[in-house]
Design a protein around this ligand. Structure first.
Ligand code: HPA
Length: 278
């Protein structure tokens, strides 16, 4: 195990000696209040892991929340670390590996995105089917810890198709609609130029964002099944007259997040039932 991971695990085990989550969740902007629904919650600030502390981004918290959602033990990363803050890949990786090390085999990622399709409007939800890594790097660069995962990792079905099917079953019951599409990751923190957005459309991307990809790579490396649910907070630069601001992003994020906050307890229960039956 890596030093960071060992240290973080030691800290968590002091707070929660006997907590073994089945599912990990990354709660992006607008979605963090889902963790208020957890029962018997134990909250640990990321600072406790020596990972660089609070994100400083309005709308983003920096807490690991352990607790039960619909009776299923879950580990919520309430607010994520973003590379654009200058956080090293290793810190992003450690948070995901901690969740896996605690016991979770499933990871539900939520995030805000910009839409590359004018008809996919702010407030819409999109489940990610695949990604394009347009970041400057990869979180697995460097020595590989074989006890965590392989040196060369297949990214086929990285966004697990069975989990997506299960998600759609839950969403259908609640009357919640999703688009499906491909996520392209940019480093940020500046939004993209209109020319970049046009090039991403040509590449085949459907939505753009500044996270998700490193998290999915690390989670897959550690053998986790991943599903990524995104909220469209804006049309990408050049596709609308509206000026892009983080505040506008948060406002529309709230609208889509309401559906996600309704859906996730059902989805977590469905995954829990599936785990129990295998
Ligand atoms: N670009 C990048 N990241 C984003 C956007 C966007 O338009 N909207 C929300 N996150």
């Amino acid at each position: 195990m890596t030093k960071n991971l060992d240290e973080a695990m030691a800290v968590i085990r002091k707070y929660a000696p006997n907590f073994y989550p089945k599912i990990g969740m990354i709660l992006g902007s607008g979605m963090t209040n889902l963790s208020d629904q957890l029962t018997d919650a134990i909250t640990i600030p990321y600072q406790a892991f020596g990972l660089g502390g609070t994100t400083g981004v309005p709308g983003h918290a920096s807490l690991l929340v352990l607790g039960y959602l619909n009776g299923i033990p879950v580990a919520c990363l309430k607010g994520r670390l973003h590379l654009y803050e200058g956080v090293p890949y290793e810190s992003v990786a450690t948070l995901i590996r901690v969740v896996r090390q605690l016991g979770a085999h499933h990871l539900i990622i939520t995030a805000a995105v910009g839409s590359l399709h004018p008809e996919v409007q702010p407030g819409s939800l999109m489940v990610i089917t695949d990604h394009i890594n347009h970041l400057a790097g990869n979180p697995l660069v460097g020595p590989n810890d074989e006890s965590i995962g392989p040196r060369f990792l297949s990214m086929a079905n990285a966004y697990d198709s069975d989990l997506r099917d299960l998600l759609f079953e839950c969403a259908d019951k609640l009357g919640i609609d999703f688009y499906e599409g491909i996520y392209i990751a940019t480093l940020g923190p500046s939004f993209e130029t209109p020319a970049e957005i046009r090039s991403f459309q040509v590449l085949g991307a459907d939505v753009v964002g500044m996270s998700v990809v490193p998290e999915v790579i690390v989670a897959r490396h550690a053998g986790m099944k991943v599903v990524a649910i995104t909220v469209v907070t804006n049309l990408a630069e050049g596709l609308s007259e509206e000026k892009l601001t983080h505040e506008a992003t948060l406002q529309y994020g709230e609208i889509g997040a309401r559906h996600i906050v309704k859906l996730l307890p059902e989805f977590v229960a469905a995954i829990g039932a599936e785990i129990a039956s295998t």
